[in-house]
Design a protein around this ligand. Structure first.
Ligand code: NDP
Length: 255
C-alpha cells in the first residue's frame, strides 16, 4: 500500500473533509488530498494550526480549502447537523470524510482508568464519529460514489496492556466501520479503516517518549492508503481495514 501510485488528478473536483487536519497525519492527508486536486474541508480544534494548513494548501496550488473550527470534545448533534448544512450550502457535495482526529488519553492500568478520562476519550475517538457520520450520510449518499475512512490502530485489533480507553475506542471504531459498511453495501458509499502504524507525530512521541523519531516513517511516507481509499481505484472496496505499513509488527520498531 505504501507504493500506491495515484494519478495526479485522482481527487479532482472532489470535496473531502478531514478531521484533526491541523497536525500530524491529518495535516499531511489534507495536503496530499489537496495536491491531488481535492477541495479540502479542514476540521479541527486549534484554529491557528488549521490556518497554517490552509495557507500551505493555497501555496501548493490546491483548490481553496475551508476551515471548520470544532472541538470534538464538546460538539453536539446540532453542531454536526449545522456543519452538514453549511457544507451542502457552500459546496453542494461531499465525496469523502477522513475521521482522523484522535486523543491518546492516559496510558496505565485498567483499574486506574478514571470515568472522566474514559468519557473524554470515547467522546473524541468514537461518539463524535457516530454523530458526524449520522449527520453527513444523507449528503454523502447524494454525492455517491463517496468514501468514509476511519482511523484505527494496532491496539484496536489486538488488545495491549495499559492502552485502556484508547485501545477500546479503536476496537469500537473498527466495529462501527464494519456495521456501517455492511449497511451501506450497494448505496455507493463505502466505509473502511486505515491503521497507520507507528508514525512520527506528537501522539506517537507522547506514547513512546524514549523512541527515536528518526526510526519512524513520517506522515508523508504513509499516504498511499489514504489516497487510495478516497479515490476511484477503491470504489469497490468496502468494510476493509488496511495497514499503511505492512513491514512492521504492531508495538515494535520497523524491521
Ligand atoms: P496528533 O496528536 O499528531 O494529531 C491529532 C489531531 O487530532 C490533531 O490535529 C488534533 O488537533 C486533533 N484533535 C485531537 N483532539 C481533538 C478534539 N477534541 N477536537 C478536534 N480535533 C482534535 O496524532 P496523529 O497524527 O499521530 O494521529 C492521527 C490518528 O492516527 C489518530 O486517530 C491516532 O489515534 C491514529 N494513529 C496514530 C499512530 C501514530 O503512530 N502516530 C498509530 C496508530 C494510530 P490539535 O492539534 O488542535 O489538538
Amino acid at each position: 500500500m505504501l507504493d500506491y501510485q495515484p494519478s495526479p488528478d485522482l481527487l479532482k473536483n472532489k470535496v473531502i473533509l478531514v478531521t484533526g487536519a491541523g497536525d500530524g497525519i491529518g495535516r499531511q492527508a489534507a495536503l496530499s488530498y489537496g495536491a491531488h486536486g481535492a477541495t479540502v474541508i479542514l476540521l479541527g480544534k486549534t484554529v491557528k494550526k488549521l490556518e497554517a494548513v490552509y495557507d500551505e494548501l493555497l501555496a501548493q496550488g490546491s483548490p481553496e480549502p475551508a476551515i471548520i473550527p470544532l472541538d470534538l470534545q464538546g460538539a453536539t448533534k446540532q453542531n454536526y447537523q449545522d456543519m452538514t448544512a453549511t457544507v451542502r450550502q457552500q459546496f453542494g457535495r461531499l465525496d469523502g470524510v477522513l475521521f482522523n482526529a484522535g486523543q491518546l488519553g492516559a496510558l496505565g492500568p485498567f483499574e486506574m482508568i478514571g470515568e472522566d478520562e474514559w468519557d473524554q476519550v470515547m467522546q473524541v475517538n468514537l461518539k463524535s464519529q457516530f454523530l458526524m457520520t449520522q449527520a453527513l450520510l444523507p449528503l454523502l449518499k447524494d454525492s455517491k460514489p463517496a468514501s468514509i475512512v476511519f482511523t484505527s490502530s494496532g491496539v484496536g485489533r489486538q488488545g495491549r496492556a495499559y492502552w485502556g480507553s484508547y485501545a477500546i475506542s479503536k476496537f469500537a471504531t473498527e466495529g462501527m466501520m464494519q456495521v456501517l459498511a455492511a449497511e451501506l453495501a450497494d448505496t455507493g458509499v463505502r466505509a473502511n479503516c486505515i491503521n497507520p502504524g507507528a508514525t512520527r507525530t506528537h501522539m506517537r512521541a507522547r506514547a513512546f517518549p524514549a523512541e527515536a523519531p528518526s526510526s519512524l516513517r513520517s506522515p508523508a511516507d504513509i499516504m498511499g492508503p489514504y489516497l487510495y481509499l478516497m479515490g476511484s481505484d477503491s470504489e469497490t472496496v468496502n468494510g476493509r481495514s488496511l495497514d499503511a505499513q505492512t513491514d512492521r509488527v504492531s508495538g515494535q520498531p520497523r524491521a
